[in-house]
Unconditional design. Structure first.
Length: 428
């Protein structure tokens, strides 16, 4: 047996054709292909997209293997249609040295479910005081190109400036978790009339927007590349639009949950809806969808944030921030963006594979489904409707906000350089 013949798939949702994957590459694309020895997969009615690339995944290893491991998190990624993920640095120990990023990178290679690109911390220990060894992480076997203190904001403007200046040398990017710390002390949910009614400390939009405004100015000033994590407010979108309009090198991501869910869910006091940044209002959700559709926001990123049950099954104020994302991302994007007519499948491929790969400087990912491209492919059934059942997740954690909800679409198969990681919706 050599290779896979995907018969009748619809690349980017277009007309049906065949794709032959062989030798780790897409060998041929066209109708009526045949190849002796290739395994034939009936892809009638399935949409083929480039393997998805996540810019923002928390794999929790090293340190919190009870919540997730590199193996379980990347298996979840493959089931969600991803062929590459960026692993955030807020592990224990923090990924702020060449040693830790190489460890995570190696664990990813051993697991084999998808490519793992470690994100290096900006500051030592995420403490926001001294720059971490950015150059050593860039030169390591993990070849780190994205740096972030995610989970915390690089609040010190001088440290942010230094980081932006430093990463220019190797084409890196600083990914900012935009959260002004003083404005969000003990904050629990979006600041609104509802936060007052519920008695939960408000998290004002300006706490995000002020940091993004500062950082796009800094990035423009030093001529470096800024990426804004999990944009959540309409005001942030306006700032990004302004910065891009004046030629600043800034990119931005939005999470699936910020495209679908609103702060009204906090009224349940169920901590499964507690997330950082918080769920916002309906007008914010509309602005985020519009910005993703028009390209002001470049990418969807999951911010997959697994938490052990004891960190989530408690009262709201004590619970950890974060939601699972990898195994439901594509379905949520289908519901929020495709079924609303805001994006077609080519647009989804662009925002979930092509642009994230470009932001992360990943040569072998996010490529068009054309001959000679690496065979990173996801096949999805857009007609499927499934009830989300967290007990079936590959993730070690269960903190999904979609449990029991019917979502559209189903990942049927994922191929990483021609090798199936998922077949018939199951790990291969
Ligand atoms: Zn974050």
């Amino acid at each position: 047996m050599t290779g896979f013949l995907l018969r009748g798939a619809r690349p980017l949702g277009g007309s049906a054709t065949d794709l032959l994957l062989d030798g780790g590459r897409i060998a041929e694309v066209g109708p009526g292909l045949s190849r002796a020895g290739a395994e034939v997969l009936d892809a009638d009615g399935l949409v083929a997209l480039p393997g998805l690339v996540d810019l923002h995944t928390h794999l929790r290893e090293p340190g919190r293997e009870d919540a997730e491991t590199v193996e379980s998190g990347t298996r979840a990624a493959a089931l969600g249609g991803f062929t590459a993920v960026h692993a955030m640095a807020n592990t224990e120990p923090v990924a702020d040295t060449a040693g830790v990023v190489e460890q995570v990178w190696r664990l990813g290679r051993e697991a084999g479910w998808c490519d793992v690109h470690p994100v290096g911390a900006v500051s030592v220990g995420l403490e926001g005081r001294r720059l971490a060894e950015l150059g050593a992480m860039a030169d390591s076997a993990a070849r780190v190109r994205m740096f972030s203190d995610d989970g915390r904001c690089v609040a010190d403007p001088l440290l942010m400036r230094r980081a932006l200046e430093y990463v220019r040398a190797f084409g890196g990017v600083v990914a900012q978790h935009a959260q002004e710390p003083r404005l969000t002390e003990d904050a629990q949910m979006n600041e609104s009339d509802l936060s007052g009614v519920l008695g939960l400390r408000g998290w004002p939009a300006v706490a995000e927007e002020a940091v993004i405004a500062r950082d796009v100015l800094l990035a423009g000033h030093v001529g470096s590349r800024l990426h804004v994590c999990h944009v959540s407010t309409a005001g942030s979108v306006e700032i990004l639009r302004w910065a891009k309009g004046r030629g600043t090198s800034v990119t931005a991501e939005v999470t699936p949950h910020h495209l679908l869910l609103t702060d009204e869910l906090a009224a349940t006091y169920d901590p499964v809806y507690k997330v950082n940044p918080p769920l916002r209002g309906r007008e914010d959700v509309e602005a985020l969808r519009t910005a993703l559709a028009d390209g002001t926001i470049d990418a969807v990123a999951t911010d997959h944030a697994p938490h052990a049950a004891e960190d989530k099954d408690c009262e709201w104020a004590a619970a950890a921030f974060g939601m699972l994302g990898l195994e439901t991302a594509l379905s949520v994007v289908q519901e929020a963006m495709v079924e609303t007519g805001l994006l077609d499948w080519a647009g989804v491929a662009d925002r979930m594979a092509v642009r994230p790969a470009a932001i992360g400087r990943l040569d072998g990912q996010g490529r068009a489904l054309e001959p000679n491209a690496p065979a990173n492919v996801v096949l999805l059934d857009p007609a499927a409707r499934e009830t989300v059942d967290p007990s079936r997740f590959a993730s070690h954690s269960r903190n999904t906000p979609y449990a029991g909800r019917v979502l559209p679409g189903r990942v049927v198969a994922t191929f990483l350089r021609g090798r199936p990681t998922v077949l018939d919706g199951k790990p291969a």
